[in-house]
Design a protein around this ligand. Structure first.
Ligand code: CMP
Length: 149
């Protein structure tokens, strides 16, 4: 399977609830390499660009206001089949439908505050990474776990 990069936002509610370590731990134990990571209060224009496919939907304005209300953590993650793998780890958009064992299934309460965003395709991942990261903020590296034991 091809090595891919994907993008995630750990949403403001997860920082407020002190869930960041638990969530990153799930990414790591699933084998994702962290190539980029930062905490930021997402500027309104950036949130608008990121969520532009949802303009006009009933949840668009509340979503924008939530995502810009407090700091979030954004990350570039890499592994084989990264996009699909991260979507599975995140679980269904609505936490009520998300399976136990997934991040949203375990920690999510409402759809708006559903803990994490995960890119829905390789194309979206490229677009979203480009919105949030400069090239020099993404560190490309390979690893070999066995060398560390
Ligand atoms: P996310 O993966 O960040 O992508 C779009 C977001 O919009 C989604 O997660 C949810 O947080 C939010 N969203 C999608 N559908 C709804 C809905 N019906 N009501 C409220 N928020 C929604």
């Amino acid at each position: 399977m091809a090595v891919e990069r994907t993008f995630t936002i750990i949403k403001p509610g997860a920082l407020q609830r002190r869930l960041v370590g638990e969530i990153i731990s799930r990414f790591e134990t699933k084998g994702f390499r962290i190539l980029g990571m930062k905490t930021l209060k997402i500027p309104k224009e950036i949130a608008e660009e990121h969520y532009k496919e949802h303009v006009g939907k009933s949840f668009y304005k509340p979503l924008l206001s939530y995502m810009t209300s407090d700091p979030a953590v954004v990350m570039v993650l890499e592994r084989e089949n990264a996009v699909e793998s991260l979507r599975k780890l995140a679980g269904a958009t609505n936490p009520d439908s998300a399976e136990p064992g997934t991040i949203r299934g375990d920690f999510g309460v409402t759809t708006k505050k559903n803990i994490v965003h995960a890119s829905d395709s390789l194309e979206s991942a490229v677009r979203e990474i480009d919105i949030f990261f400069n090239k020099n903020e993404i560190i490309n590296y390979s690893d070999s776990l066995k060398e560390w034991y």
